[in-house]
Ligand binder design. Structure first.
Ligand code: PTJ
Length: 271
């Protein structure tokens, strides 16, 4: 078991360190895969490029995601180890807000992890979790079988799938099976980001509260109004804006040559 270090309230990177701690703790609990820590580190690097803040293109994508989820016939929220580790409360809240079941769907499949993730979600208020054990009895052709086990009540018949921090092959496979895919991914170049119909380039910890807020704001809209939001959305354009934003920010920082105030004295060792 890893020891949880105290992170001072004043630490400039407190929010980021807290997310790391959640993942380390989740690894101990069998919720996160070891590779989940590596995936998180990749995300952190992209978050630096974004300035660790939600950008205008992410807000636009979150609006489209909310509209798509609300207008779906059979939406499903796919949950992996990192999602359950980082945002269990928020993913359960999203599931309630759009009446979409939660389904455990793992890249590094192990029954103990499947069980541990379901328990985590139930402990955070989920009524039911799909895709656990024998419930994931359906397979859809397209990928090797262990990675395509899905729940006949959930992902199998879903028309809209919300996922985050997902492997590119699996996102491509879901798109090929005719589902509309909403992805949260900090890396706009990832295959998941590129394949998804709506990509929110933001940290999951910031994106989920934003999407939940947008679903609440759009909840009473007519179907035609939701469909207008979805139809007017252009993911390629929004991804391009996210990339341009990173590029412009890097250009500005390169000109300035300074990113953080470095203390000249003291023993602070910030990450
Ligand atoms: O729990 P499992 O077995 O299903 O495995 C989960 C991981 C994440 C290990 C698996 O899906 C995987 O290997 O994913 P990838 O291919 O590493 O992709 C993860 C993507 O999520 C990368 O593009 C990261 O930049 C991005 N990412 C990492 N942390 C965050 C993130 N995006 C949003 N918010 C984050 N906090």
């Amino acid at each position: 078991m890893s020891m949880k270090p105290e992170i001072p309230v004043s630490h400039p990177r407190r929010a980021s360190l807290e997310l790391r701690e959640k993942l380390v703790h989740a690894l101990d609990k069998n919720v996160a895969a070891k590779a989940g820590l590596i995936a998180h580190g990749r995300g952190e690097a992209f978050d630096y490029l974004l300035g660790e803040a939600t950008s205008p293109p992410a807000v636009r994508a979150a609006e489209a995601a909310a509209a798509l989820l609300l207008s779906a016939q059979k939406p499903v929220i796919s949950v992996n180890g990192n999602v359950a580790a980082l945002c269990p409360d928020e993913i359960v809240a999203l599931s309630r807000a759009v009446s979409a079941p939660l389904e455990v769907n793992l890249f590094y499949h192990r029954s103990e992890r499947e069980q541990a993730i379901a328990e985590e979600l139930l402990a955070h208020g989920a009524d039911r979790v799909l895709g656990v054990g024998d419930a994931a009895s359906a397979t859809v052709p397209g990928l090797e079988s262990a990675r395509t086990r899905v729940d006949p009540e959930g992902l199998y018949g879903a028309d809209v799938v919300f996922l985050a921090l997902e492997d590119g092959d699996r996102t491509e496979w879901l798109v090929k099976t005719g589902k509309k895919v909403i992805a949260v991914d900090l890396n706009p170049f990832s295959r998941t980001a590129q394949f998804a119909h709506v990509t929110i380039v933001d940290n999951l910890s910031r994106a989920l509260p934003l999407i939940i807020a947008r679903t609440k704001a759009l909840a009473n809209r007519e179907a035609s109004s939701l469909s207008k939001v979805v139809k007017s959305y252009d993911n390629k354009k929004v991804l391009g804006e996210a990339i341009r934003l990173m590029y412009r920010r890097l250009k500005r920082l390169a000109r300035q040559g300074v990113f953080v105030e470095v203390p000249h004295t003291g023993d602070a060792q910030h990450n």
